[in-house]
Write a protein that binds this ligand. Structure first.
Ligand SMILES: Cc1cc2nc3c(=O)[nH]c(=O)nc-3n(C[C@H](O)[C@H](O)[C@H](O)COP(=O)(O)OP(=O)(O)OC[C@H]3O[C@@H](n4cnc5c(N)ncnc54)[C@H](O)[C@@H]3O)c2cc1C
Length: 357
């Protein structure tokens, strides 16, 4: 797709023009709210409307054609086409579609943990420096991948100079994610380290949930993180070397994760499918990056929302194959994995939905 066009649009709405030339374009969490506000205002200037505190709770469908959406105030809004871009965490939408027998598909995805190192360790490995990196150099990043027992184990959303953040969307679950401010100047480097889950082969006990089997597996792991983390947003954690060697950590390293960490035996709590591959993967990463495998790093559970475990099918016109007027879009539909690909898919769906207008 036209990645450059998306970057140009972000620059138009206030992102730094460095993203047009950088090899690893980055806007920064602290800059995004203003950019999103600018995007919203441009949409409104062109006749669009934004309804805050409003959510879709039902679809009115007659003869396989979408007629209206029901909102949380029970009002109906008549529609003849809807771009459904509710993201990979809108579990109520997946449940609703499933209950209404609207075709969904289970999709392979990935889950694991976040690993956090002091940034200076990653700098010293990548820049081959002892002590602090030069002021002229940015916080170093890395990208790692290893095949372990027929499944990929890989780094995901590596955040140099960043923070681990809570990303749960409902009570009773702990989910972690990562982000970096624009200057990438925090003291820690964190990254998701995740294992590919093949939904057709890896989770037979969840077959009874049909298209939602991956989603239910994801939920089970997030509940496990909640109970082992201490039943608040404190997250279960272990020193990296303790995790790999199978020891409970007596104490943990300092962390950027604001709600705090609780020492937990993740080596025995995580399903073998994920835990044993992560342990082998971390050892292999230590061989590739000397100094990476260290007791000075923590692993934090769980990184479970790397991508959607469900996809909503669509035909070559980007419309649901059965429900006329429904255009599944973006990460929740299974058609994107990140800001840029979601934006490109949004543009494609907008063009497809306009056909015939
Ligand atoms: C902490 C964090 C850091 C990230 N960092 C990066 C990064 O550095 N780079 C990158 O490329 N990606 C990053 N991502 C991923 C990126 O945010 C997503 O891939 C992207 O936002 C997906 O876009 P989307 O439009 O498909 O869905 P979303 O951005 O999830 O948007 C879905 C929208 O639908 C709304 N919605 C949900 N249900 C309903 C309903 N029933 N009715 C009405 N509205 C509803 C939601 O409120 C939301 O506004 C990060 C994600 C997180 C959580």
């Amino acid at each position: 797709g036209d990645v450059r066009r998306i970057f140009e649009s972000l620059v138009f709405h206030g992102a730094t023009d460095q993203i047009l030339v950088d090899a690893h374009p980055h806007i920064g969490t602290n800059k995004l709210p203003k950019i999103v506000q600018n995007i919203r205002e441009v949409i409104q200037q062109h006749g669009g409307e934004v309804h805050f505190n409003t959510k879709v709770t039902d679809f009115v469908i007659k003869d396989n054609t979408l007629k209206a959406i029901v909102l949380n105030d029970n009002n109906e809004m008549a529609v003849d086409r809807v771009i459904l871009a509710t993201g990979h965490s809108a579990r109520d939408i997946f449940d609703l579609l499933h209950k209404k027998d609207i075709a969904l598909q289970a999709k392979s995805f990935a889950m694991g943990v976040r690993v956090e190192h002091p940034q200076h360790i990653i700098d010293s490995i990548q820049y081959h420096c002892s002590g602090d990196r030069s002021e002229l150099l940015p916080a170093a990043s890395y990208s790692l991948v290893e095949q372990v027992k027929d499944r990929g184990v890989y780094s995901f959303c590596m955040c140099p100079g960043g923070f681990i953040v809570p990303a749960a969307t409902a009570p009773g679950e702990v989910v972690v994610n990562g982000m970096s401010p624009s200057k990438r100047n925090n003291l820690y480097a964190n990254s998701g380290i995740v294992v590919e889950i093949n939904v057709d082969k890896d989770i037979p006990k969840y077959e009874k949930f049909g298209a939602l089997k991956g989603l239910e597996y994801q939920k089970a792991l997030e509940r496990l993180a909640f109970t082992s983390g201490g039943r608040t947003q404190t997250a279960p954690a272990q020193r990296l070397t303790d995790f790999v060697e199978g020891n409970l950590s007596v104490d943990l390293n300092p962390t950027s994760y604001q709600p705090g960490l609780n020492s937990a035996p993740l080596h025995s709590l995580l399903p073998k499918l994920i835990g044993s591959r992560l342990r082998q993967g971390f050892k292999a990463f230590g061989d590739k990056m000397h100094g990476y495998y260290t007791a000075e790093a923590n692993i934090v559970g769980v990184e479970s929302r790397t991508s959607s475990p469900v996809s909503i099918p669509r035909n070559e016109k980007l419309e649901h194959p059965v429900i006329k007027g429904l255009f599944p879009c973006g990460e929740g539909g299974g058609y994107a994995g990140g800001i840029v690909s979601a934006a490109m898919d949004g543009e494609r769906c907008a063009e497809a939905a306009m056909v015939g207008l």
